[in-house]
Design a protein around this ligand. Structure first.
Ligand SMILES: [Zn+2]
Length: 306
């Protein structure tokens, strides 16, 4: 029997400069700030979270391409956002294009002129033509309501440039913060007649029924699985997708709009992959379905082949 080694595109990672930023992040990862990731999720995590360190960590598991999702937190103004994007471009070059990045943007701290300028720069660069948004509350996040009418010029600027938005859908969809709910992002998608392609990151978790109602009929919206795998050691509050639910997701949405993703460094790649395998077994996914989810669908949706 020939064993075909898996080829994986990891469409949801976060890389950081070495040094101080990484130390701060490690403090968050390891439980200061009241947020504790189970240590078993972080097995073999490298000491740094640069593109190079990530690739050394991920390559033995079959990862050949990754998509970094940079976030400009609520404290970042235009110059800080531009610096993030420059750094991400540098990581693209250093990794010979194996770690691609979306652009960072901050729709609430930047003027319309600044937003237009940064979107144009992202579009002209080797960054993926889109932005990551994480609207939930907290200093590390962007803290806005996606349904706020003051964001309309921003959405129009994204739509006019044929760019995409990757939404952090929230690990806990029912948090009393302004997360991107399925209904809110469906409304935006429809208001701009499908001109803003979107990824609903984290699939919706325990709000999957809401996702089903509002999003699965929308062809330009894809889903990533980061953080929805059933884990051996669990957070007390997260409801994960089980095999039966996931089988239904695949039946409803198809594999063409569903991606893997392990949310490095919030989970190590080996641990994430083990969890994917458990979910794939529970959901009885074929080899073809697994290949689509782990490679072809994210490569096609993020247009990484070009
Ligand atoms: Zn993430």
């Amino acid at each position: 029997m020939t064993i075909v080694k898996r080829r994986i595109c990891d469409p949801h990672i976060h890389i950081y400069p070495s040094g101080a930023a990484t130390n701060n992040l490690r403090r968050v990862l390891y439980g200061e700030n009241g947020f504790q990731i189970p240590s078993s999720h972080l097995t073999d995590l490298p000491g740094e979270f640069t593109a190079k360190a990530y690739l050394e960590h991920a390559r033995p598991h079959g990862v050949r391409l990754a998509v970094n999702l940079p976030v400009a937190n609520r404290g970042k103004k235009a110059a800080g956002v531009a610096a993030i994007n420059e750094w991400c471009l540098g990581q693209h070059e250093e990794s010979c294009g194996q770690v691609r990045s979306l652009g960072a943007i901050n729709p609430t701290t930047m003027s319309q002129v600044e937003i237009a300028g940064e979107l144009d720069r992202i579009k002209r660069s080797k960054l993926i033509s889109g932005v990551k948004l994480i609207p939930m509350a907290g200093p590390a996040f962007q803290e806005f309501d996606p349904a706020d009418c003051r964001l309309e010029p921003f959405y129009k600027a994204v739509a006019d440039r044929d760019m995409m938005i990757v939404w952090h859908m929230g690990s806990r969809m029912k948090d009393p913060v302004n997360v991107a709910t399925a209904k809110k992002i469906a409304d935006i998608y429809e208001r701009y007649a499908g001109r803003i392609r979107m990824v609903a990151a984290h699939l919706g978790n325990d709000a999957w029924e809401e996702v089903r109602v509002h999003l699965i009929g929308l062809e330009g919206i894809a889903f990533d699985l980061a953080y929805v795998y059933p884990m051996e050691t669990e957070y007390p509050y997260i409801v994960r997708t089980n095999g039966a639910t996931f089988r239904r997701v695949i039946s409803d949405v198809g594999t063409g709009r569903t991606f893997g993703g392990y949310d490095f460094p919030h989970m190590s790649v080996g641990v994430g992959q083990g969890a994917f395998d458990r979910l794939a077994a529970e959901a009885n996914l074929s080899q073809e379905e697994q290949h689509a989810i782990l490679w072809q669908s994210p490569v096609d949706f993020y247009r990484l082949a070009a």
